[in-house]
Design a protein around this ligand. Sequence first.
Ligand code: SF4
Ligand code: SF4
Length: 128
Amino acid sequence: MKLFLTIQREALKRPLIAQVVLETGVLINVERAHIDSNEGWVLIDIPEKDMEQISNRLTELGVEVKKLENAILHDEHECVECGACLSICPQEVFSFDSDFHLVIREERCILCGRCVPACPHQALSIRQ
Ligand code: SF4
Ligand code: SF4
């Protein structure tokens, strides 16, 4: 499961994620990260069973932790199942089932945002 971490500038100087991996033994997959002059954010993927432990420890270390669920919003009424989102997504979030209906595996999403402007019917958006 994915956690969205917001880390303030001062805390960015410390190897927080490495520290939590060492302390807990839980392998943390960093999927995306961004740092600017004031703060940084990191998208991590961890086993669901370890969510509470990792979330609690990061919070103790001053990290704001948000569980990421249903990150991609899909408007079924607008979608015409054209398939444009399939080719643009680097994570293969979108696919068609055997009846050519759109299937969305949102747990794979890394919030890159590419699919949003690619949809000709504005059927996709990212939950803020
Ligand atoms: S690009 Fe938009 S309209 Fe086309 S299948 Fe994807 S969500 Fe539906
Ligand atoms: S935001 Fe990026 S990773 Fe997520 S569904 Fe859209 S294209 Fe795929």
